[in-house]
Write a protein that binds this ligand. Structure first.
Ligand SMILES: C[S@@+](CC[C@H](N)C(=O)[O-])C[C@H]1O[C@@H](n2cnc3c(N)ncnc32)[C@H](O)[C@@H]1O
Length: 287
């Protein structure tokens, strides 16, 4: 029988137990952990089993399936399993295309139609670097910013990451790619050497919890000019990606753009969006 012995605690997890837990995660979040991720996942299950003073994974499974009615423990587990890696100005070339081509185009079209509002959705925003980057870009790129209503909604399944995002305080690693000029303009360097995002940027972003694997919850979101869902689909399989992307199509306004991570594409998932080359980059637009 395939089994992992977790040496630190003496706990054992069988492939069958692993599959029961990862199946539950898949059903509720769309995140699929294949057997090759067994050690990574098992180490985190071990942490939760210890935190709850349980003596076996079997007991933990029973707890997850039958006792954890409000999903608190499920959330604790998911928080250990999500990868929050992010930083300001991640994928600079893509952001340049957004800033220099897509944003001006959408702004001009909307202004002509008498609509001076732009709504952005940062899905899987982690600790906030992505939506704050978008806010900085918008401040830099839009003329007469005060005449616009800008709304950046940032969502994530990880409530710890969202709490950190709301504080807006970052270490050196997060701001490594921020142009110096913007560091001076939009950050305050604290006594301990960390960087605090300015209030003008902070006030442009609102954060909330959303599990994009929860189809009912997802359906409430629509009316966006831009959707950024970058580096979120890493553990999603094609079926759950498609469910989310189909909703993105509905949630996006006509003429709106969707941005994925540099190694992600919508090939195999949908052909609803038009792939367009702009500023040397490929972008997806809803025509
Ligand atoms: C690697 S980070 C990417 C952060 C940012 N978008 C970037 O590209 O730098 C992936 C984020 O997706 C979030 N995530 C994973 N599954 C999710 C789900 N089902 N619903 C909402 N957020 C999810 C994770 O919590 C994590 O913060």
């Amino acid at each position: 029988m395939l089994m992992i012995n977790l040496d630190s605690s003496g706990l054992k997890i069988t492939l069958e137990e692993y599959e029961r837990i990862t199946e539950l995660i898949y059903k509720r979040t769309g995140i699929r952990f294949e057997p090759n991720k067994m050690y990574f996942v098992a180490k985190r299950i071990e942490k939760r089993v210890e935190a709850l003073n349980m003596s076996s994974v079997k007991e933990y499974i029973r707890y997850l399936y039958f006792i954890d009615k409000d999903g608190t423990e499920f959330q604790n587990l998911v928080e250990l399993l999500t990868i929050n890696e992010t930083y300001f100005f991640r994928d600079f070339p893509q952001l340049k295309t957004f800033a220099e081509y897509c944003l001006p185009e959408v702004a001009e079209r909307k202004a002509k139609a008498g609509d001076r509002s732009i709504t952005l959705w940062s899905v899987g925003c982690s600790t906030g670097e992505e939506p704050y980057t978008l806010a900085i870009i918008i401040r830099e790129m839009l003329d007469n910013l005060d005449s616009w209503s800008i709304n950046i909604l940032a969502v994530d399944i990880d409530t710890d990451a969202l709490e950190k995002a709301k504080t807006g305080i970052y270490d050196e690693r997060s701001v490594k790619y921020v142009p110096l000029e913007y560091i001076e303009k939009y950050f305050k360097i604290l006594n301990d050497g960390r960087y605090k995002i300015s209030e003008e940027i902070k006030s442009m972003v609102s954060f909330s919890y959303l599990n994009i694997g929860d189809r009912l919850a997802l359906r409430r979101y629509r009316g966006f000019d831009f959707i950024f869902c970058r580096n979120v689909f890493i553990y999603f399989d094609d079926i759950s990606r498609k469910q989310v992307v189909d909703h993105f199509y509905i949630a996006l306004n006509r003429g709106g753009y969707i941005f994925l991570g540099s190694s992600e594409s919508l090939n195999r998932i949908t052909n609803a969006f038009k792939l367009k080359r702009m500023g040397g980059n490929l972008v997806y637009v809803k025509e």
